[in-house]
Ligand binder design. Structure first.
Ligand code: E4P
Length: 214
């Protein structure tokens, strides 16, 4: 399974990259707004730090506008992936961009059939939002499981990015469901490797080590 960081924060990306855990980065307009910097410069800086795919989202609502923005964004760095919303216009844009050889990530997916449509249109990645579904009382991970079976059944190359990750269990279940990638906020990722029993275990070992005759 690959891990993407769901962030626009350069320090976070640098810190977690040191652990060899950053296979890519995803952003969205909300994430970019937090950085209080120009969109293009943030994306270009991230692309220079991370070898893997970096998603940058269009804001246009028509297919023409999305394609126009996507062509510009795709020129910012070789590892940019254009994020497109899951709408009729978004599907048309993905279909057109795929024919131009531009990689896409279809975002805001809330049903397995939406994911199937995006894969059929040619999306490189699809991003089911599990946390936002859980928020409204729907099992987000169940949808990821169905999506994985559907993509396998028809041998699509499209990769699933489990998005809107809120906790460790989302990552564990996404991995068990066979999701290709989980995109995880910098605040959640450290919870995947830390455990209070590890910390108390180290404390105990160090205290006992003091009793060893020197
Ligand atoms: C994914 O690409 C999105 O940027 C992100 O996971 C959305 O997460 P949220 O629901 O916590 O905003």
């Amino acid at each position: 399974m690959e891990f993407f960081l769901d962030t626009g924060n350069i320090e976070e990306i640098k810190r977690i990259s040191r652990l060899g855990l950053v296979d890519g980065v995803t952003t969205n307009p909300t994430i970019i707004a937090k950085e209080n910097r120009d969109f293009k410069s943030v994306i270009q800086e991230i692309c220079s730090l991370v070898e893997g795919p970096v998603s940058a989202e269009v804001i246009g609502l028509t297919a023409d506008k999305m394609v126009e923005e996507a062509l510009e964004i795709a020129g910012w760095a070789p590892n940019v992936v254009v994020k497109v919303p899951m709408t009729e216009a978004g599907l048309e844009a993905v279909n057109r961009l795929t024919k131009e050889g531009i990689k896409t990530n279809v975002t805001l997916i809330f049903t397995a059939t939406q994911g199937l449509m995006a894969a059929k249109a040619g999306a490189t990645y699809i991003s089911p939002f599990v946390g936002r579904l859980d928020d409204i009382g729907t099992d987000g991970l169940e949808m990821v499981k169905n999506l994985k079976s559907i993509l396998n059944n028809y041998e699509f190359d499209t990769k699933i990015i489990t998005a809107s990750v809120r906790n460790i269990s989302h990552v564990e279940q996404a991995a068990a469901a066979g999701a290709d990638i989980a995109t995880i906020p910098g605040s959640i990722l450290p919870k995947l490797w830390s455990h209070p029993l590890t910390d108390s275990g180290i404390e105990r070992f160090l205290a006992d080590w003091e009793k060893v005759p020197k």
